[in-house]
Design a protein around this ligand. Structure first.
Ligand SMILES: *Cc1c(COP(=O)(O)O)cnc(C)c1O
Length: 366
C-alpha cells in the first residue's frame, strides 16, 4: 500500500474512523481550518517559517541517543531514544503548538483556546501564546483558534497534528539510517491521544520490515477497569467529534480512566491509530503503572535521563521486545518528554517498598 493511501484521509476519514461529529455551528470553522491548513502546508514560505521556529525556538533536530546501558541491561539490544524530552518546554507537544499558532496568525485569529488534562499541552500552548503575542482564551469561533493537543478531535485536526508531529519520525529515520545504513527492527512509542506515536511512526509506515508498536496505559491492569487503554480495552465509538476507539460502558457513556501518567490518561485515541490497528500495520499493547514506574527508575539510574512517565511505558515495553528479539535486536523508542514534571508522582522509597515491583522485564497482561 502506498504511503498516500495509508496516511491521507478520504473525506476526513482513516478507513471508517475519524470524521466530524460536531454541532452544525462549528462546521464552517472546520472547513476554513482544513482549507487554510492545506494552503499553508503547500506554501514554501510557511514551511520556511516553521523550519526556523523549529530550529531556534523548539531546538530541533532533537538528538538520537544510544541508550547503551539500558540496551546491555535488556540483554545486548541496540536501543536508541529519539530525544523529544530535549524540546523546549520538555516534550513533543510544542511541535504541534508552534505549527498551529503560526496557522492561527495566518488565519488572522488572535485568540487561542485549548483544553488540557496533562498540563503539558497547556504549557506548550501558553508558550506559543507568549511567543506569538496571542493572549486571550475565549470561545468566539470567528476570532479564535482552538489548538487541540493531540491527533484527536474532528477532521482536520488528526491529520494536521500528524503533519506537524511527523518531524519526529522524519528526523529519527534519517538519523538512524546515518548510523550504519540500517533501519530499526521495531519502533516503540507511548499512546495517549497518539500524537508522539503517529509523529514517529509516519516515517516508517512504508518500511514493511519495521514493526511499529504503540503502548497504552494499563494502569492497575486491564481487568481492573482502572486503565486508559482505549485500543486494547475499548470499543469503537464517538468522542470529541471523532469516531475511534473509546472507553465506554454498555450505554456508550464514557468511563473514568486511570493512569499514573497524566498524558496517557485519556478515554479516547486518535482515529488514525484505530485504522492502523485495523489494517494490522501497528500493534498496540498496554503497560501497567507499576512497570512504567520501574522503567522510569531504570532509565534514570542507568542513563542519567529522567524520562516522563508516559514514555516510561514505552521503555518498559522495549525491554519486553528486546527479550523477544534476542541479542543484537534494534529498537527505536520515542522518548516523548522529560520527567521533572513527574517527580511528585513517584512513590518515595517507603511507599515503593509497599509495592512489589516485578522489575522492568516482566510483562503485565492485565
Ligand atoms: C501529552 C504527552 C503524551 C501523550 O500524548 P500523545 O498525543 O499520545 O503523544 C506522551 N508523552 C508526553 C511526554 C506528553 O507530554
Amino acid at each position: 500500500m502506498s504511503r498516500g493511501a495509508l496516511t491521507h484521509p478520504v473525506d476526513g476519514r482513516f478507513g471508517a474512523f475519524g470524521g466530524q461529529y460536531v454541532p452544525e455551528t462549528l462546521m464552517s470553522a472546520l472547513q476554513e481550518l482544513e482549507d487554510m491548513w492545506h494552503e499553508a502546508k503547500a506554501d514554501p514560505q510557511f514551511q520556511l517559517e516553521l523550519a526556523g521556529h523549529r530550529r531556534a525556538f523548539i531546538g530541533r533536530p532533537t538528538p538520537l541517543y544510544a541508550a547503551t546501558r539500558i540496551g546491555d541491561h535488556f540483554g545486548g539490544t541496540h536501543i536508541h531514544f529519539k530525544r523529544e524530552d530535549l524540546c523546549h518546554t520538555g516534550a513533543h507537544k510544542l511541535n504541534n503548538a508552534v505549527g498551529q499558532a503560526l496557522l492561527a496568525l495566518r488565519m488572522g485569529k488572535k485568540r487561542i483556546i485549548a483544553e488540557t488534562g496533562a498540563g503539558q499541552h497547556g504549557v506548550a500552548t501558553a508558550t506559543v501564546c507568549a511567543r506569538f503575542g496571542i493572549r486571550d482564551w475565549v470561545t468566539n469561533v470567528r476570532t479564535t483558534h482552538y489548538i487541540i493537543g493531540s491527533v484527536v478531535g474532528p477532521h482536520p485536526y488528526p491529520e494536521m497534528v500528524r503533519d506537524l508531529q511527523r518531524v519526529i519520525g522524519d528526523e529519527a529515520r534519517e538519523q538512524y539510517m546515518s548510523l550504519d545504513g540500517k533501519l530499526p527492527d521495531v519502533v516503540v512509542a507511548c499512546v495517549g491521544g497518539g500524537s508522539n506515536a503517529i509523529g514517529i511512526f509516519t516515517a516508517f509506515l512504508d518500511d514493511r520490515d519495521v514493526s511499529l508498536v504503540g503502548v497504552e496505559a494499563a494502569g492497575k491492569g486491564i481487568r481492573s477497569g482502572e486503565h486508559a487503554a482505549s485500543l486494547v480495552g475499548g470499543r469503537p465509538g464517538v468522542l470529541h467529534g471523532s469516531y475511534s476507539y473509546v472507553l465506554q460502558d454498555g450505554d456508550g457513556q464514557i468511563l473514568p480512566t486511570h493512569s499514573i501518567s497524566a498524558g496517557l490518561d485519556y478515554p479516547g485515541v486518535g482515529p488514525e491509530h484505530a485504522f492502523l490497528r485495523e489494517i494490522e500495520r501497528v500493534e498496540y499493547v498496554a503497560v501497567s503503572d507499576k512497570d512504567a514506574l520501574a522503567a522510569f527508575k531504570l532509565c534514570t539510574r542507568l542513563e542519567g535521563i529522567i524520562p516522563a512517565l508516559e514514555p516510561s511505558h514505552a521503555i518498559h515495553h522495549a525491554g519486553v521486545i528486546a527479550r523477544e528479539l534476542g541479542p543484537g535486536g534494534r529498537i527505536l523508542v520515542c522518548l516523548s518528554g522529560r520527567g521533572d514534571k513527574d517527580m511528585d508522582s513517584i512513590p518515595t522509597k517507603s511507599e515503593a517498598e509497599a509495592v512489589t515491583s516485578r522489575g522492568p522485564l516482566d510483562v503485565d497482561e492485565g
